[in-house]
Each structure stands twice: as C-alpha cells, then as structure tokens.
Design a protein around this ligand. Structure first.
Ligand code: PXP
Length: 253
C-alpha cells in the first residue's frame, strides 16, 4: 500500500451506506464508491461496522473485503460480536473505537487507560490473526502510552476537537495533535489521524511528518454532492428530454 508516498488516505465510505439505507436497496452502491475512491487516489477504504448497523452492514464488510483491491480498515467497538466478525474474515486493519448507541458519530477517543484489561485480549487476538490494530485515541500522551503498553502497533489521533474549534482554540488543539504525534513516534507507534477533517482543516494535520495516514469520510461524501450533483441532474435531464422527444416523434409518425 502507498509505495513512494508518505501520507496515506483512507476514505471512509460509511455515509454512502447511510444514503443507501435511507431507502433500502443497493443504490448508491458502496463498492462503486470504493472503486471511485481508489481511482481517485485513496490508499485504503475505511468502514465502521456499528453495533446498530445504522450504515455499514455485515454484507458490506464481506464484499469490501473480497471485491475491492484496496486494504480495508474496519472500525469496530471492543465487543465479542465484532471480534468474531473480524476474526472470521480478517480485514487488513482494525481501528478500535468507542461506541455509544445514542451518539451521532464517534465523539471522542477510546479510553485505553481505563479499558486496558478489557482491550488487551482484543489486541492480542486481532494481532495474532495478522490484522494491524489501531487504537483511536484523543491526542493525549497517557492514552498513547497505554496503547503502547497494550502492544497495539498503531494509534489514530482524534482530530474532532481541532476541527470544531476556532481561532486560538483551534491552534491549541493543533498543538496537542503535533505533540501527540511526536510522542507516538518517540515510543515507536505508527501514527494516524482523523475525524471531522475537511479542505480547510486537513492542511496543518497533513503537514505533521509523524502522521502517516489520514482517515476521512463525512466531509468527502458531503462534498461529493457538490462535485457530482450538477452532472447527475444533467444526465437525468438528458434521459427525460430524449424519452419525451422519442415519444413525440412516434406519435407524429
Ligand atoms: N477515524 C475514525 C476512527 C472514525 O471513527 C471516523 C468516523 O467514522 C473517521 C476517522 C472519519 O471521520 P469523518 O467521517 O468525520 O471524516
């Protein structure tokens, strides 16, 4: 993955599934989105299999795993159900995330310090199956040290607070990320980052040399509306106009 480039992009396609699930059926097709992301330069596909299956389904994970050439990074909570799914058909990578049923998105990092004993078995078993295991944590040295002590090879820093803050507060959050990335590098952990990143916030995070992978989803799927809506409407207009012209022509003939 990512030969010759220093910063990988994992495209999170959860919200393609959110739109699909609004109506059921298969449109918009998740695999088509994954292939487009690959063609556009993504290095990996990220998908969060939530306990309530609000977007990604078990079948999605299976198909992304078997039908897409890019590495799959499966985000999951530390539950037995998710562990069994990951072990049954191992993805390239797993990112352990906290999960609350009532939350809209993953609101904060995993508390690896408090959950140390519970998480140990997950890291061991997933790692033992050859899966690269990441811990999604706040940019906090204590959490990074706990991930290191767990022998997880990767930490992913939660960039949500940085993205939602403004002005001096955003600068302060960025400093936390810079320091945390340096700390991860110092203790020899691979460092990723993500959550809430968009065009206006990605630059300073991408500039941090210790970070080797960004995972970005919600903004990209939202932005795709603006990049793609015009062409979709134009094509629909063309189909309509063509069908009407044909029907009129047949009636006249
Ligand atoms: N990284 C992790 C661990 C996440 O849980 C998410 C959201 O699913 C992301 C990155 C991507 O966040 P966003 O969709 O806000 O770009």
């Amino acid at each position: 993955m990512n030969v010759g480039r220093q910063l990988r992009l994992g495209v999170n396609i959860d919200h393609v599934a959110t739109i699909r699930n609004a109506r059921g059926g298969r449109h918009p097709d998740l695999l088509r989105a994954a292939r487009l992301a690959a063609q556009a330069g993504a290095d990996g596909i990220t998908a969060h299999l939530r306990e309530d299956r609000r977007h990604i389904s078990d079948e999605d994970i299976r198909r992304l795993r078997s039908e897409i050439d890019l590495p799959l990074n499966m985000e999951m909570a530390a539950t037995d159900e998710m562990l069994q799914i990951a072990l049954r058909d191992p993805p390239h990578a797993v990112c352990m995330v906290p999960e609350k049923r009532e939350e809209r998105t993953t609101e904060g990092g995993l508390d690896v310090v408090a959950g140390f004993n519970h998480l140990r078995d997950f890291v061991e078993r997933l790692g033992g199956a050859g899966i690269r295991v990441a811990m999604f944590v706040e940019p906090d040295p204590a959490q990074i040290d706990a991930a290191k002590a767990l022998r997880a090879p990767v930490v992913e820093l939660h960039t949500g607070a940085y993205c939602t803050a403004e002005g001096a507060a955003r600068e302060a959050e960025l400093e936390r990320i810079v320091a945390a990335a340096a700390h991860a590098e110092a203790v020899d952990l691979e460092c990723h980052a993500g959550h809430g990143l968009g065009f206006d916030t990605v630059g300073p995070v991408a500039a941090i040399a210790a970070i080797v992978e960004l995972n970005i989803g919600h903004f990209l799927i939202g932005e795709a509306i603006f990049g793609g809506l015009q062409s979709a409407v134009k094509r629909m207009r063309a189909f309509m106009d063509e069908a009407r012209a044909e029907a009129l022509g047949e009636r006249r003939a």
